[in-house]
Design a binder for this molecule. Sequence first.
Ligand code: HEM
Length: 268
Amino acid sequence: MNNTRRLWVALGALLIVSFSVLLWSGAQIQRNAALMTGGVLGTLHHLYFVGSPTAVVALGASFSALEVVPLAYLGFEAYHTYRLGHSTPWMQRYRWPIYFFLAVSFWNLVGAGLFGFLINPPLSLYYMQGLNLTPLHGHTALFGVYGMLGIALVLFCVRGLRPQEAWNEKTLRLSFWALNIGLALMAVLTLLPLGTLQLLAAIEHGYWYARSAEFMQKPIVDLLVWMRVPGDVVFSIGALALAWFVLRLWVHPRSRQPVASGAGAASR
Ligand code: HEM
């Protein structure tokens, strides 16, 4: 069996298994199965230019584009949770982890959805791969989604580990806004404009030129690289503030607060 045929057999098997699970399972599993199936095929955009058969390129491009749909739904879900944030005292205690979850859905939409979508069609990636538009997507999706998610989960755990400590909300607020604004500045002041200039150069003169020393040493490129400084400084302040916040829960913590009644062990 040649490689293309093997691939079709594997994809066929995957679809049959997925749809069987879909037919015989409950709503939750159905949703997860749909996300998994689409998600696995969605990763094929990493294989456009490694000698993959056309079918892989087509499937990868289509399923990656569709990934934006569940990402948008995750955003609605996070917003719904945010709206419920004031409904019980224990949700109020988890306000900051919930804010970080909201940041996850924001960057999901912008970093993964918008900037991912920008480089996703094989034709555009042909001109953009390895220019600054790919790290634009890489940074905003990877830190924006998984970095923020990691911080939210850390805060959940910290709440459980030190349930009695009063949180220094000022430090946490500083960290939240500095991390998000710093990431946005990094994207908007450097990666997006530099990537766009490189793309125009690639279209006009060829890909080689967009990555050449001649192009990368132009004064405008130098300026854009220096424009990383404000965003990176703001971002670093956010990281330091978060580290300080966590440290202070153990070293010289603030006055203790009673755990809200009815919160229960699970909610702590
Ligand atoms: C949270 C989800 C995602 C994360 C963490 C993520 C992360 C990344 C990273 C780190 C890169 C490598 C960037 C580089 O080479 O500089 C990348 C590349 C890429 N991503 Fe994503 N991504 C996500 C979702 C998406 C989505 C939804 C799409 C499509 C709409 C997409 C399309 C692409 C494409 C086309 C590339 C370029 C592949 C290549 O250069 O070979 N990504 N992604």
